[in-house]
Design a protein around this ligand. Structure first.
Ligand SMILES: Nc1ncnc2c1ncn2[C@@H]1O[C@H](COP(=O)(O)OP(=O)(O)OP(=O)(O)O)[C@@H](O)[C@H]1O
Ligand SMILES: NC(=O)c1ccc[n+]([C@@H]2O[C@H](COP(=O)(O)O)[C@@H](O)[C@H]2O)c1
Length: 188
């Protein structure tokens, strides 16, 4: 039996890792879909698809499970998203997600979805971990050791702190002139 587990994994943390450990009891093989693969270098999605492939591949190596890591770009049409996923991935029998939209889309497509309890959610939430990285607070104990190594190798904390520095945004006009303005002055 082959499962599918989708997430943005920004970064892959111990909540995801506990979920994979649990899934490993139920399936022989697991496709790990890296969602929003086209997003990177933002506060919400700091890491590239390639960096997330490294984090996940190294972390799941400790489990007795055949895994396939597949980057999946977002598409601007929910109604065909499941077909998009299926077109990019090895066949799977069951999908794992706690994301309500993902659950709905798979169920409407007739695919079994299994949800899991949230593990230690106060500590193990991507947005909370990213905020701690930005604030130079402790985060290393919330992700697998191999993920710490990848983030250090790619200088991920510096990047995240840089992209989140939205006190002033430097924009360039059509003539190439640089304009610095407050984020409050921007329309979007
Ligand atoms: N602590 C956790 N325990 C169990 N499942 C989790 C946990 N955190 C996230 N998940 C689930 O893993 C999947 C992928 O989650 P995702 O990559 O969005 O992480 P997240 O921690 O929710 O990040 P963010 O705060 O960036 O949205 C989702 O189905 C999500 O509900
Ligand atoms: N239309 C679409 O492109 C579409 C629809 C549903 C989910 N997704 C993606 O699936 C992933 C779901 O992961 P999370 O549970 O981490 O949010 C996200 O990357 C999300 O963007 C994309």
């Amino acid at each position: 039996m082959r499962g599918f587990y989708i997430g943005r994994f920004q970064p892959y943390h111990n909540g995801h890792h506990s979920m994979v450990e649990r899934i490993a009891d139920e399936v022989d093989e697991l496709v790990l879909g890296i969602g929003s693969a086209d997003d990177s270098h933002t506060t919400h999605d700091p890491f590239t698809a390639g960096e997330r492939i490294m984090m996940i591949t190294k972390a799941v190596a400790e489990y007795d499970l055949t895994t396939y890591v597949v980057p999946l770009e977002d598409i601007n049409r929910n109604a065909v998203w499941v077909s998009h996923v299926e077109s990019m991935c090895p066949d799977f029998d069951v999908a794992y997600s706690n994301n309500p939209l993902v659950v709905r889309l798979f169920e409407e497509a007739g695919i079994e979805v299994r949800q899991s309890p949230m593990f230690d959610r106060d500590r193990l939430e991507g947005s909370e971990i990213r905020q701690r990285m930005i604030d130079d607070e402790s985060w290393r104990d919330r992700v697998p050791a191999s993920v710490v190594e990848v983030i250090e190798e790619i200088h991920g904390i510096k990047r995240l702190q840089h992209v989140s520095d939205s006190d002033s945004l430097e924009r360039y006009t059509a003539s190439g002139e640089s304009v610095t303005e407050s984020i409050d002055d921007l329309d979007d």
